[in-house]
Design a protein around this ligand. Structure first.
Ligand SMILES: Cc1cc2nc3c(=O)[nH]c(=O)nc-3n(C[C@H](O)[C@H](O)[C@H](O)COP(=O)(O)OP(=O)(O)OC[C@H]3O[C@@H](n4cnc5c(N)ncnc54)[C@H](O)[C@@H]3O)c2cc1C
Length: 493
């Protein structure tokens, strides 16, 4: 099991009920995008809601690129997975009636977002699952264990090669599950934690597994505009509760752009903010109408703003779009199997087909839960699996010069933001590929993380160049509309 976000931890917990599991994670068990998640988990649990309505909203956001069967699985099995997580100890917010309190987010036709401690859902989910994993007698954990490559023998994945506390270790396993999360760190502005360098995409691609839809990156419209990495996310739920976007002249601009105004789909809002920034300068999120309730409904965001000298109860919050989520990834079937035998993929890294060209808010934690469970069941059905065998040392390249590695990472991030971000065209994408190739050539052998960033970035750019249309999260100013001949087609790697 590689990765300790919702996908990795949930798979480990459930799979350990049938066999022995080893979890490897790059830093600590708590370092993941999962721990950062704010808004919550979408599931059709409220009165007047149904999996059918959730299915419709998910398909509409996906812009004709979703896999219908995968969406069906997501919305049908989602409510049971959320209930199980609650039973496992997740303290989701409840109303006075003792029922789950459900929030509303962009492009959802119903209130269906389960949340914890207001806007600290991810931390609560991570805490619950880490406890389950630590309580399991059948699970061992290796922290500071960075997987470098997959072992492929006789056409199947036989385990991984990793650097564990700087030592090279080879680990052989009956089945390998990659759940290394997203790749937001290939962009200059991102909400993703520093571990999200896209390792899993690059590693799986090098091993011959099929990937698809890499051009579909979701840019979150509202991150706090500060000079930090990662940027602090200001959840959509804030707009769901009534906050509005304003340009430098104080005007609300979204009402003129989309019938759902400030709650239009993420790609629409992100693009309009990006344009507005170029036209009029800074964009702000005005949440002053929430008054004092801001601090109680969004305690996490409130504390993060206050720490940066902003009081959202009385003043507008400066915001910018930022790379947030990768819709594409390792192509998997409904049991999480990749095209490479004995290799499974789960969570943000997988392309299950539930998001299509654009992810509906709060569907990713749900995807992690639902497909992790399916992988655990698949592993159980394949028979008992034994403790992974280790360690057989292999040689790793010498450690890289950190200063030079940082320069390479900064270049990748800048080049990607400027040319393969919210607004793309053929000229910029071609120049981006060239610049990335230059960076890749100059990397020293020890810069393994930067090499993964480069390789993942190149798939994003190549996908974006190939797709000569705009759809969902992928927008090209030289092909600004969806095209019928691209409907339902995927760019594969
Ligand atoms: C700020 C923020 C807010 C969000 N809010 C929401 C929300 O409200 N609702 C929602 O549904 N989604 C939300 N998302 C998206 C969601 O959090 C992620 O898509 C989801 O948590 C991904 O889970 P995961 O298990 O696939 O990956 P992650 O949680 O990112 O975990 C990946 C793990 O893999 C490890 N790893 C990476 N590379 C290696 C390697 N080479 N070797 C070993 N380990 C490795 C990492 O250290 C990490 O432990 C949010 C994301 C962010 C960044």
């Amino acid at each position: 099991m590689v990765g300790s976000g919702i996908a990795g931890l949930h798979t480990a917990w459930r799979a350990s009920q049938h066999g022995e599991v080893l979890v490897l994670t790059k830093r600590t068990l708590f370092d993941s995008a999962t721990a950062y998640a704010q808004g919550g988990i979408a599931a059709a649990l409220g009165a007047g809601d149904s999996p059918e309505l959730h299915r419709k909203d998910t398909l509409a956001a996906g812009a004709a690129l979703c896999d219908r069967e995968a969406v069906e699985v997501l919305v049908e099995e989602g409510p049971a997975r959320v209930r199980e997580l609650q039973l496992a100890g997740a303290a989701f917010d409840l109303g006075d009636d003792g029922l789950l309190k459900l929030g509303r987010e962009a492009a959802h036709s119903r209130r269906r977002i389960v949340h914890a401690h207001g806007d600290r859902t991810g931390a609560e989910v991570a805490r619950t699952l880490v406890e389950r994993v630590q309580a399991s007698q059948k699970t061992s954990v290796l922290e500071s264990a960075r997987v470098l490559e997959l072992i492929v023998e006789q056409g199947r994945c036989a385990g991984v090669r990793a650097s564990v506390l700087g030592q090279p270790v080879e680990i052989r396993a009956d089945a390998t599950v990659l759940a290394t999360g997203g790749c937001g760190q290939v962009y200059r502005y991102t909400t993703n934690p520093v571990v999200a360098t896209g390792d899993g995409y690059a590693i799986a691609h090098r091993a011959g597994a099929t990937l698809a839809d890499m051009e579909f990156v979701q840019f979150h419209p509202t991150a706090l505009a500060t000079p930090e990495n990662p940027l602090v996310l200001v959840s959509e739920a804030v707009r769901g509760e009534g906050a509005v976007l304003r340009n430098a002249s104080g005007e609300r601009f979204m009402a003129k752009k989309h019938r759902l105004a400030d709650l239009a789909p993420r790609d629409v809002v992100a693009r309009e903010i990006y344009r507005e920034q170029r036209r009029s300068g800074a964009v702000v999120l005005d949440a002053t109408s929430l008054g004092k309730s801001f601090a109680t409904r969004f305690p996490g965001i409130f504390a993060l703003c206050q720490a940066r000298g902003i009081d959202p109860r009385t003043e507008p919050i400066p915001v910018t779009p930022a790379a947030h989520y990768m819709m594409g990834g390792i192509v998997t079937d409904l049991a999480g199997r990749s095209s490479l035998p004995s290799l499974f993929a789960c969570g943000e890294l997988a392309r299950t087909g539930v998001h299509g060209a654009n992810r509906l808010a709060s569907n990713s934690l749900l995807e992690g839960l639902v497909f992790a469970e399916r992988i655990a069941r698949e592993l159980a059905s394949e028979g008992r699996f034994e403790a992974p065998r280790r360690p057989a040392p292999f040689s790793v390249p010498p450690l890289a010069d950190r200063g030079a590695a940082q320069v390479a990472a900064d270049t990748i991030r800048r080049v990607m933001w400027d040319n393969a971000g919210i607004d793309r065209d053929a000229k910029g994408l071609r120049s981006c590929l060239k610049q990335l190739a230059g960076v890749r050539e100059r990397l020293s052998p020890g810069m393994t993380e930067e090499a993964n960033m480069c390789d993942t970035a190149r798939m994003i750019v190549a996908g974006a160049l190939a797709r000569r249309e705009s759809r969902g999260g992928h927008f090209r100013s030289d092909f600004p509309r969806p095209r019928a001949d691209w409907r339902g087609r995927h760019v594969e790697f």
